[in-house]
Design a protein around this ligand. Structure first.
Ligand SMILES: *[C@@H]1O[C@H](CO)[C@@H](O)[C@H](O)[C@H]1NC(C)=O
Ligand SMILES: *[C@@H]1O[C@H](CO)[C@@H](O)[C@H](O)[C@H]1NC(C)=O
Length: 417
């Protein structure tokens, strides 16, 4: 007995030392000593949307261009209706002319063989800062120019002939962008865009999600004056942006917003939920008013059932929101308990594991449609992740939804009836 006790104690001490020192550098925060974890303001239980798509309609989507493109996040059609154009994992913007893909544009002045095709969308992460990563694409209907939000190269523009894009802005109020994410354009040509963080890069999106650091900003670039204005700051992982049809407001997605805490439940309930539940999380759409008496103010527009990415309006002015996955109780619980989060992030548990826990153990896509006043109009999903595992953007065109994802080697096309 005594021998066993000593043995167990020895193992325990070794484990403790291993966890405390992380000698192999497996922990997600080894490159970020001194990181802080913030409170996430989470909606009350009763506010959380519980709607499910029992028919799993996304399983009826058709997978197009399988293995011809890697990680198409944003999808756009030019003012003549041609396309799609899409930004892929190796940093290029590609164009489909109806028969084949060709290179249209790129954001990095510095591309080399390290940007060449690789086996999976995730293998590009390491060199993204050199090759570029276009995350948001929008054509100006007036000029035909393509505007690009690139995670590493800021806001850029390229003419209708394509080629190397010209950087427009890469900082605001003296603070450089580190994770430019999405954009939209108003009637006068102003660009509204998000920088998800001035600290964490896209390569470290898991760290950003788990620390909930309020280092994101909503910005406006005025091409006439060449000025970049901060509209909102201290945002926690702001992402997709879309103008309303009437131009009176923009909506933007945010993963979580700070300062609020409730009481912890008993550990057994938490463990149970961690393991068995895909629990809806802390994600919202916000509305930022551009016109009218509320101009310059923002408010909650809708509580989302999962982690949002890009937002795109259709011709009726409804908003399609790409939702990566419903978030697990794990994420919800950690959001409420920053100190526990911090502890977990210090352990030698790889970022991939945290990601898997974050999405509830299995990738599956959800897309939701909201009316211009924030009502949920429709929700489509593939709960088993059989066909559409993840989604980054939904673009509606001619009765079809074009669904891109940073994680997938295809575009899914879903026919609306
Ligand atoms: C281009 O890439 C090299 C290394 O591959 C790097 O040292 C240099 O800073 C890069 N330049 C720009 C403008 O990104
Ligand atoms: C716009 O402003 C940036 C500084 O923020 C400057 O580097 C750039 O040259 C300006 N562009 C034009 C066209 O004036």
């Amino acid at each position: 007995m005594a021998v066993l006790a000593v043995f167990l104690a020895g193992i325990f001490i070794l484990l403790a030392i291993y966890c405390a020192t992380d000698p192999l550098g497996h922990g997600p925060m080894t490159k970020f000593p001194g990181f802080e974890v913030y409170h996430a303001e989470l909606p009350a239980w009763s506010e959380l949307p519980t709607v499910r798509d029992s028919e799993n309609r996304l399983q009826r989507a058709e997978l197009r261009f399988l293995n011809q493109i890697q990680g198409p996040e944003s999808i756009a059609f030019d003012p003549l209706g041609r396309g799609p154009y899409t930004g892929v994992a190796d940093g290029r913007v590609l164009f489909w002319n109806g028969e084949s893909w060709s290179d249209f544009a790129y954001t990095s002045p510095n591309r080399s063989e390290i940007c060449n095709p690789k086996a999976s969308p995730l293998s590009y992460l390491e060199n993204e800062h050199i090759c570029g990563r276009p995350l948001g694409l929008r054509f100006s209907k007036k000029t035909g120019d393509l505007y690009i939000a690139d995670a590493y190269f800021g806001l850029l523009k390229v003419g209708p002939e394509g080629g190397l894009a010209t950087p427009l802005t890469w900082e605001a109020e003296g603070i450089p962008f580190r994770f430019t994410n999405d954009l939209d354009i108003d009637e006068e040509g102003n660009i509204y865009f998000t920088d998800s963080s001035y600290n964490y890069q896209r390569r470290n999106f898991i760290q950003l999600a788990f620390t909930a650091e309020p280092s994101g900003r909503l910005l406006k670039y005025n091409p006439t004056t060449n000025e970049t204005m901060v509209l909102l700051q201290d945002l926690q992982f702001p992402n997709g942006v879309s103008m309303s049809k009437d131009g009176s407001f923009i909506v933007f997605a945010e993963l979580s917003r700070a300062r609020f805490s409730i009481q912890i439940w008993s550990l057994s309930i938490i463990l149970f939920l961690l393991i068995f539940s895909n629990f809806p999380p802390q994600c919202r759409l916000f509305r930022y008013w551009l016109k009218g008496e509320k101009a310059g103010k923002s408010e909650v527009f809708a509580v989302l059932p999962g982690i949002p990415d890009n937002v795109r309006a259709n011709e009726e002015g409804d908003f399609w929101v790409a939702i990566h996955c419903r978030v697990s109780m794990y994420a919800y619980f950690l959001g409420k308990n920053p100190s526990l989060s911090k502890l977990l992030l210090k352990l030698p548990i790889p970022a991939k594991f945290h990601f898997l826990m974050l999405v509830g153990g299995r990738l599956h896509a959800v897309i939701a449609k909201y009316s211009p006043d924030g009502k949920l109009l429709d929700l489509l999903e593939d709960q088993q992740g059989k066909v559409v595992k993840a989604v980054s953007e939904v673009e509606e065109k001619d009765g079809k939804l074009w669904i891109g994802s940073v994680l997938m080697p295809f575009i899914a096309v879903y026919p609306l009836n």
